[in-house]
Each structure stands twice: as C-alpha cells, then as structure tokens.
Ligand binder design. Structure first.
Ligand SMILES: CCCCC/C=C\C/C=C\C/C=C\C/C=C\CCCC(=O)SCCNC(=O)CCNC(=O)[C@H](O)C(C)(C)COP(=O)(O)OP(=O)(O)OC[C@H]1O[C@@H](n2cnc3c(N)ncnc32)[C@H](O)[C@@H]1OP(=O)(O)O
Length: 194
C-alpha cells in the first residue's frame, strides 16, 4: 500500500522474512493462540472467532463473518471490529515465524462498508523483518477471496518475550494461562528459535 506512514516503511537493512521450518503446512488451520482472545478464541461469545490458515511463504488467509454484535451503524460492521480482524490476521503471521510479537502500529483503510452477515476474506503477509520489527500488510475482501477489497492495513509488530505478558497482564488471567499446560506449551514453543 502506498499511503502508509514513514514508520511503516522497512529500513534499508531490513531482510525478507523466513518461514520457520516447523511452521504449520500451507492449508493448515492455526487454531487460537488463546481461548479468551476476542479475535480468535472460542470462549468469547461476541468475539470474531476468526479462523486463520497458513499460506505459502509467510502468508495467512482467514475468514470472519460479521455478526449482529459487531455493528457500528445499523446493519454494518463497526470499523474497530474490522480493524481487529485485520490485526488478528496480521498477528497470526507471527506463528509462521515462530516469533511472539505485539502490534506496535496498525494503519487501516476502510474502502467499502461491510454488512452484517457478510464474510470477510482476509489475506496477510510479512513483507520485511528488521531486528525485532516485523512489517506486514493485509487485505479483507467481500464476496470471496477474489472479491472487491473492503478493508486493508499495514502494520508493524514488535517481537517480545513471554515475560511481556507475565509482566503486564492481569494476575488472574496470567495465573490461569500459566497453569494450563497447553497454553504454556504454545507460548514456550515460540521461545525456541533455530
Ligand atoms: C504463560 C502465559 C503466556 C500467555 C501468552 C499467550 C500467548 C502468546 C502467543 C502469542 C500472542 C501474541 C500476540 C497476540 C496475537 C494477535 C493479537 C493481535 C495483536 C495485538 O493486538 S497485540 C496487543 C496490542 N499491542 C500492544 O499491547 C503493544 C503495546 N506496546 C508495547 O508493549 C511496546 O510499545 C512495544 C513492545 C510495542 C515496544 O516497546 P519496547 O520497549 O519493547 O521496544 P521499543 O520501544 O524500543 O521499540 C522497538 C523498535 O520498534 C519501534 N516501534 C515501537 N513501537 C512503534 C510504533 N508504534 N510505531 C513505529 N515504530 C515503533 C521502535 O522505534 C524501535 O525501533 P528501533 O529498534 O529501530 O529503534
């Protein structure tokens, strides 16, 4: 996308992203990174329940169907919810790098209104990596994977350690996550890089 700000332009020393050898195969569903996640978790009744699938290289596809709970104007998706769908899809890319990263900056274009009941077909890819900084881009289309673009975004994610969550998250949820062996395994798996 041409309109993004200077801080979303990769620096001259940025490199191409490298797909981790243990990344899920193209076509495989990624599953939720956290059950209570508003974007992808199954435990949030009004969440997006976004399902992301590994693509080729460092790319992801995902689908999200707009529910009545996601309205801003009558019958239309709230822009913040659409930004969440883009953010979640972009965040899923980090699974393919086996890097834990959080959104530092997200720039979103809202191109077409998205009605309730519509399915947003999202695709995202990492474009460059510079140290801890991961640059990525995403689009969301209507009517199918080749349909008209409704939303798009450019983002900068910043790599963090698991300690980021332990340090900043509310104690009750952190304790629950740490006592869940599946959650701990998923989080720790990211800390072992080749
Ligand atoms: C056992 C329990 C563990 C449970 C964990 C569960 C699961 C873990 C697995 C995966 C989960 C991970 C993510 C979730 C996935 C998807 C959900 C969607 C993603 C999100 O929704 S996630 C929430 C929203 N997100 C935040 O909550 C971030 C708040 N924020 C911060 O926590 C800090 O702000 C941070 C860490 C971003 C940076 O802080 P820092 O101190 O580490 O690093 P620093 O500031 O030095 O930045 C380093 C370099 O990035 C550049 N940089 C930084 N920010 C920039 C900006 N905004 N614009 C342009 N450039 C920026 C600097 O300019 C510098 O660049 P340079 O190196 O060139 O100088």
């Amino acid at each position: 996308m041409s309109g993004s700000s200077a801080s979303l332009q990769p620096p001259a020393d940025a490199v191409k992203p490298v797909r981790h050898p243990d990344a899920p195969a193209p076509g495989e569903l990624l599953g939720a990174h956290y059950g209570a996640c508003f974007g992808c978790g199954s435990e949030q009744p009004h969440g997006l329940h976004l399902q992301a699938r590994a693509g080729e290289g460092v790319s992801i596809t995902a689908e999200f169907t707009v529910q009545p709970a996601h309205q801003g104007a009558p019958g239309l998706a709230h822009g913040g919810v659409l930004a969440t769908a883009l953010d979640e899809t972009l965040g899923s890319l980090n699974w393919l790098l086996r890097t834990i990263a959080v959104t530092g900056r997200l720039e979103t274009d809202f191109v077409r209104p998205v009605p309730v009941g519509a399915t947003l077909y999202l695709e995202a890819e990492v474009t460059a990596v510079a140290g801890r900084k991961i640059y990525s881009t995403a689009t969301g289309r209507l009517d199918g994977p080749d349909g008209p673009v409704a939303v798009r975004a450019d983002a900068l994610f910043v790599e963090v350690k698991v300690d980021h969550f332990v340090e900043h998250g509310r104690e009750a949820e952190i304790k629950a996550a740490m006592s869940d062996p599946d959650q701990t395994r998923r989080a720790r798996a990211f800390e072992v890089n080749p």
